[in-house]
Design a protein around this ligand. Structure first.
Ligand code: PLP
Length: 407
């Protein structure tokens, strides 16, 4: 086969996908330590089973599929109206946001949506990306040839990075260079920190003044504990004219394996709304009826309560990690409005900052605890380490005890 037929930009991707690299390291450790008792606080996957309301909605929907009169074939590519309306009623109206259900596009995941959205934009469009952040925004633009090449500190030459560090209280400044697409993620993966209303207003005003578009990833909005913090970009004045919002049932309701999410493209963004609709109709055939009925069940009174109980359980684990690490004298961020704890690694005895991948190896070999190296999320993540609160509470306690005693 002639390699010239291949997309050359894939060669610009930095190494393999972060979690595949980590999985390989764990496998190697296990191969040489047969009795290893590894506790995983690394990958951001949920562990609590689906709530009873979701399970019974799924059973009911499966039974409907068994009968001629209620059987469903292809559904609408945009999602069933019952779910689009339930999302608006359950998520947005209570926060004072008046969305049109027709602006909600149901999908099988935010990962696909945040990766696929870039195909609506011209090749030469300039993008701004938080650093550190969920790697999919950058990688999908690398694949599209929009980023230039990687430099010596690990930044792509054509991308504007929005540094989010302890120094700026994880509230990035506006882009220094002109950009047309701005990715934001709040609560942020990996830092677990939330963008303030003031920061979001600043970005919305910038976007409206400069004809830019904000791609706002709110996959973890349900973990925000403070009612005064913005949960949605549409709580910010003017956002409906310049922002697309991505949300997922993965972390909200344990749907990482079931697969259901949604993307809001306001009708005010006329052409983009029409283009996303066209894209979905051409390349996507909808989420299964059973899954959409399952998602709808979260918005019943009982389903909402059960969902909040699961979230509270994860947040209890987040508080445990925060408190225990702080008590050991470490500096940590996040974990108050997100299931992620962002651990600032202390300097080594010789005064040198330990690299986050070296710390990964040290934590694995001394404590048999797995986390995620901060540098995997961008150069500003170097010197940090992400732990997740999705693990089993008791196992997390054991992990923290080992860290206290052995590190
Ligand atoms: N967005 C962020 C910020 C995430 O951290 C994740 C998953 O970890 C996703 C999106 C993906 O969500 P989904 O499971 O809906 O594809």
């Amino acid at each position: 086969m002639n390699e010239q037929i291949l997309n050359p930009y894939y060669d610009r991707l930095p190494g393999s996908y972060l979690f595949s690299t980590i999985a390989k390291k764990i496998k190697e450790y296990q191969a040489s330590h047969e009795d290893a008792d590894i506790i995983r606080l690394g990958i951001g996957d949920v562990t609590t089973p689906l709530i009873p309301q979701v399970i019974s909605a799924m059973h009911k929907a499966v039974d409907e599929m068994a009968l001629k009169d209620s059987f469903r074939g292809y559904g609408p590519e945009q999602g069933y109206d019952f779910l689009r309306e339930a999302i608006v009623r359950g998520e947005y109206i209570p926060r004072g946001v008046n969305l049109d259900p027709g602006d909600v596009f149901v999908s099988d995941g935010s990962k696909c949506d945040v990766a696929n959205i870039q195909e609506l934009f011209a090749e030469g469009v300039k993008i701004a990306i938080p650093d550190p952040v969920y790697p999919v925004y950058l990688d999908s633009n690398v694949m599209a040839g929009r980023t230039g090449v990687i430099d010596s500190i690990g930044h792509f030459t054509e991308v504007t990075y929005l540094s989010s560090t302890a120094e700026n209280n994880f509230q990035p400044d506006l882009p220094k260079n002109p950009v047309q697409l701005i990715y934001l993620c709040s609560p942020n993966n990996p830092t677990g920190t939330v963008l303030s209303r003031e920061t979001l207003q600043k970005f919305v005003d910038y976007a409206n003044a400069n004809g830019a578009l904000i791609l706002f990833d709110g996959a973890y909005n349900c973990y925000i504990q403070d009612e005064n913090l913005p949960h949605s970009i549409y709580e910010i004045e003017g956002a409906e004219n310049c922002a697309i919002e991505f949300r997922s049932f993965s972390k909200t309701a344990g749907f990482t394996g079931i697969r259901c999410a949604y993307t809001v493209v306001p009708h005010q963004l006329q052409k983009i709304h029409a283009m996303w609709n066209r894209r979905q109709c051409t390349k996507f055939n909808g989420v299964s009826y059973v899954t959409q009925r399952a998602a709808e069940a979260i918005y019943t009174a009982a389903g909402w309560q059960e969902t909040q109980n699961v979230i509270s359980g994860y947040m209890k684990t987040a508080a445990l990690i925060r408190n225990e690490l702080t008590a050991c004298g470490y500096t940590v961020f996040g974990g108050e409005h997100a299931p992620y704890i962002w651990w600032k690694l202390p300097k080594l005895a010789n005064g040198v900052q330990e690299k986050s991948f070296d710390f990964f190896d040290r934590l694995l070999s001394t404590c048999e605890v797995v986390g995620t190296p901060g540098s995997g999320f961008g150069p500003c993540g170097e010197g940090y380490f992400r732990l997740t609160a999705f693990g089993d509470h008791e196992q997390t306690k054991v992990a923290l005890q080992r860290i206290k005693e052995r590190l």
